[in-house]
Design a protein around this ligand. Structure first.
Ligand code: SF4
Ligand code: MG
Length: 316
């Protein structure tokens, strides 16, 4: 099986007036081609920063990013531009940062123009039509503006744009979080169909575990920039080990969850600041199982059963 993406001890720190913010701290994983890795955690846990750092939209502070066998950590911008065709992103709201004067076709065309893929207008608009069809957007919207469309259709445009250059890999950053629940399933189904049809590999970022349950092969749980648990999606739901994962799962408002009936773990206490985080486990201030040792010694991220990794002193 081919490894498409590998992160080794990846770090992204930001300087702030109060000190160094450890947004992504020592993240290591491998992602096989054709698989989906769900990346889960509360807002501010570093998920989006991780996605952007992998895509080199943000420079990393340390560690390595290996994509398709190539170390891209320090690849010059010019080479990166070429590689960008293969690595794309779908945002939560693709239009918050775009010119509201652009039509649907202009938005989808933009990446094709940047990469000079077509030299005739006809070929370009043929490709735009084709992309609209692939993502299930009616042709009649070609000259409309995104604000005239509902959230689901807007996200279809964002997806069309992301697949326009035939990428291998897409970071999906909360792509359904802003949508009505009824539309979430449609967009998720579309994304999973595209994954099969186009042979894509996904990192799927979300704060909502129920969203990634069925679409992820593996799930990585982050807490304040640190990996706290990683295993197959099935196992994570059947047998979560880290107290933070358990707390996240108990907050899921869906009835078919394995934790039904069990008392919800209550997350208490203040969140540790990711700025100059103290020694010890970053979850200790909220953890129902914390001992004195947890506040002093940082738990190692290690394999406690086959293909099940966790960073917690309870499993040492
Ligand atoms: Fe809780 Fe300690 Fe485990 Fe951290 S290391 S999750 S504080 S038990
Ligand atoms: Mg985010």
């Amino acid at each position: 099986k081919k490894i498409l993406l590998e992160c080794k001890n990846l770090m992204k720190y930001f300087e702030t007036p109060r000190g160094m913010l450890h947004a992504v701290d020592d993240v290591t994983f491998r992602l096989e081609e054709g698989k989906t890795l769900g990346v889960v955690g509360e807002s501010g846990c570093g998920k989006s920063t991780l996605g952007r750092t992998i895509l080199r939209l943000l420079p990393s502070t340390g560690g390595q990013i290996i994509f398709d066998g190539k170390d891209i950590t320090k690849l010059p911008d010019k080479e990166m531009l070429n590689l960008r065709k293969q690595m794309q992103i779908v945002f939560q709201d693709p239009f918050s940062s775009l010119d509201p004067k652009m039509t649907v076709s202009q938005i989808i065309e933009e990446p094709l123009k940047i990469h000079k893929l077509y030299n005739s207008k006809e070929k370009m608009s043929e490709r735009v039509s084709e992309l609209m069809e692939i993502v299930g957007l009616d042709d009649r919207y070609v000259n409309t503006y995104p604000h005239e469309l509902d959230g689901g259709r807007r996200q279809r445009i964002g997806i069309a744009r992301a697949i326009a250059l035939n990428p291998k890999f897409i970071v999906c950053d909360e792509p359904v979080s802003a949508l009505d629940v009824s539309i979430q399933a449609q967009i998720l189904n579309l994304m999973m169909d595209l994954k099969e049809e186009l042979g894509l590999t996904y990192i799927f970022i979300t704060h909502d575990l129920s969203v990634v349950k069925h679409i992820s092969d593996e799930i990585l749980v982050l807490y304040l920039g640190k990996m706290v648990e990683k295993t197959s999606s099935d196992r994570l739901f059947e047998n979560p080990l880290h107290p933070y994962t358990k707390a996240l799962l108990s907050a899921i408002p869906i009835p078919d969850i394995a934790f039904k009936g069990k008392e919800a773990q209550v997350m208490k206490g203040e969140v540790t600041s990711p700025i100059e985080p103290p020694e010890g486990c970053r979850f200790a201030s909220r953890c129902p199982n914390a001992t004195e040792r947890c506040f002093k010694v940082s738990p190692e991220f290690k394999e406690v059963e086959e293909d099940h990794f966790v960073a917690c002193h309870l499993y040492e």
